[in-house]
Structure formats: structure tokens, C-alpha cells
Design a protein around this ligand. Sequence first.
Ligand SMILES: [Zn+2]
Length: 470
Amino acid sequence: MSYSLRNYQKELIRNIINSMKKGHKKIMVQSPPRSGKTVVMAHIAKSATDQGKQVLFFSHRKEINEQVAETFIRGGVNISQVVIGTVGSLVRKLESLPPPDLILVDEAHHIKAKQYQTILKFFDKAIQLFFTGTPIRLDGAGFHDLADDLVVGKSIQWLQKHGNIAEFDYYSVNLLDMAKLKKRSGEFTNGSVDAALDFNTEYGDYLDHYERLAKGKQAIVYTHSVEYAERVAKRFSEHGYKSAVVSGKTPRNEREGAMRAFREGRLMIMVNVNLFTEGIDLPGVDVCIMLRPTASLSLYLQFAMRALNPREGKRAILIDHVGNHLRHGLPNDDREWTLDGTKKKKKESEKSPVTCERCFATFWRERLKDGHCPYCGNEVVKKKEIEELERPQSNVELQKINQDMEFINIRGESVEVTRAEAIVFHRVERYGKQYKRCKNLAELKAFRIIHGYAPGWLWHKQKELNIWRN
Ligand SMILES: [Zn+2]
């Protein structure tokens, strides 16, 4: 049996074949998460094995390889002519592998890494197809040196418009002390994420916001560490939402048990630490909660799009507690892919995201109705406040970076904020030392940061002033 391909998948395959006909042998293939890359690979692998050719597939994760093996078998690939392995295991036994005619790599934005290069160079004569949703590297450099062509698939917006990926509402409620994040090798360190999250976990806003926005719906939560995930799962469970933690280290049978319980609705919240689930069918998940900040666009899109399986009339709910959209834009932003590395498409101002201070909905500016939030009707953009923003004041200095992202400088530290948050900072700065003038949680948080008070200060003042809402 083989899969019936969707039209856009057939088009992608045609474009890959056309590139090969032009003589390209190393081709980067871009196609977004949830667009069915694995099915496309299975189709290509089947044509190859039907012609008696030898195929090598690899990625850096065993979960991906398990899914690919299943998809290949169901897709009618002659599996006796295929080797599937992780980069780490293959690199040690290159001499003993049958030389492949075709190499398929998934999550191929990693191919610059040394072990990938060792394998790819060893089998230099093979046709090499590099699949990824995000053909960019963490350091922003391109792939010109490694690939001789780029084939670009349909955009997320196109897939949404044609019913292949669900529409979503995006909410941004920041629970992170962003100034505490530190990077190593391009990604935020676990230690710094711990520190940055500590700020707020004692009263765990994420539960409030889940109940406000998605109560009773199945959700997948992304976290940075098993320890933190356990805390999150415990908290949800204690409030009546049955939860489980799955991680890259969870044994396969346990993992599959959790997935099954989730599919059958016996589990409400799945807290994920570093487990790749892109190819797993979880049709009931309509909610994604991000508690893990990431500098990787690839990870961000995997998180955000996990809940976007389409269904008639569905709108998914994405809740970003860690400012990921500030780093990467909204999941369905227009992105221009080239082999030259990151080249951010210049955004028209209508497509720059704004966040409503009342309901936290985050959407492109073009959806504003006369300056008001399309979700709750709150006035998002006041003419007067925007004028105030143009005039930076004493020790809170505004530095405009671009339309979606701003840095404010507080006591020498740069803090990344949304435009809406910047407005709050400027307002609160004028209160001087009078914290009692703070009218809501957002203002109190800003007050704490401006004055450099310890995180515990916030909790005490919240109780004193009885302020619980933003
Ligand atoms: Zn609103």
C-alpha cells in the first residue's frame, strides 16, 4: 500500500525532481512542520527502492527514525534496501554500510554539524536530500557551502487557507524574567531558564490562563527540564486536569502508553520535555502552552504547530508564556527562505504583531478594529501613548529595534519587551516610588523590575493591594 499524496506534496516532489534534472545532487527541501514531510520522503524512498536503489535515512533523534520506519513500511518502501539510523550510531560504522544511491536527512538544519558532515562526505556520490521546516542555522549562517539548490514548499498561511493546517488564536502572557536568559551555542541554557522562570512559578499564572482561555481542552505543554515539567504536571493534576510528563528519555512503551491515553482522552495535559512528536498523530490537541523559551525558530514552530491538526471549524489556542513570538514572530508570519542564511523579510507594518493588554491576544496589526482588540474590544493603541513613546524619559530608555520588538534599558540591562509592555514601563516609571499607584499586575511587575526589587516583593504587594489581573 502507498499513501495518496496531497496536491501540494505532489508539487513538492515534482520540484525536487526538476532540481535533480538540472543536475543538482545536494538539495535542501523546505516544508513547514505538519505539512507531511515524512510522507513525501516515503514516496521518494519508494520510487528509489522500486528501481532497486539503496537508500540511507538519518536524523539526530530516535523518535523521528521510529516514525519514519513506520511510515516507510506503510508506504510500501522495500525496507530491505533501506538503512535508518541516528547520526551518532551511523557515523561509527560507515565502512560496513551498503553504499546508498540516495540519502534522506530529516531536521536537516543540523547538517553543518561534524558527524553529519562525516557521513555526507563519506557517501559523497549519493543524491542527498535535506528536509527541514526551517533552512537556517542557529548562528544565522546559510547552507550555500553544503547544498546546491533549495526547493521551497507551501507557506503556513497557504496551508491554513487550504484547510491543511488549523487556524489559531495566539496569546502572549509573559511569565519570564527575560533579562536572566543566557545563551550557550546559540540556545538558552537550562540554568538561566530556571532562573528566569523562578520569578513567577510560586503562583503559576499558566494554570490561571489555561482556565481562562482553554479550560477543559486537551493541551500539550512545552518545558525546558524534567524537573520543571514534573512541577507543572503536578500542579495541573492537583487542580483536576490529569497530566503526564513525556521526555526524550521516557522509555518507548511508556511514551506510547501516554500518547494512547492522550488520544483516548484519558489524559488532559501532556507536559513535553525535549521529545520530538511532530509525526505522531494527536488529533485531539487543540491547545499548546509554551513554557520553554527557545532561540531556535525550528523548535518554536514545532511547539506552536503541534496543536494545528486541522478539523472542521477548529481554532487552536496557542499560549506563549515565554516571549517566543518576540524572537520569531507569529508562527504563520511570511518568511523568505534562501541558502544565504537569515534574511528577515521586511514586514509591512500591518503584519507586525500587537498584544492586547487586557486579554493578551496577540495578532497582526491589520486585525485591529479602529485601534481596538478584535477579541475583547479593549483599546490597544491610544494615540496619546504612542506620542509619549516617541519621547524617551530619564532612566528607562527606549531603543526601537523594529516594529515588533523593543529593548528597554533598565539600570544598564537590556530587556526585550513588546510595544505594549514598553508603554506600561513608561507609565509606571512616572509613579516614582509610589507602588500603590499600580492599577494591575502588569504595572506591578514593571514596577518591580524598574526598581530592582526581589521577585518575592511582587507577591507581597499583590496580596497587599489585592491585584491579581493584568
Ligand atoms: Zn483583547
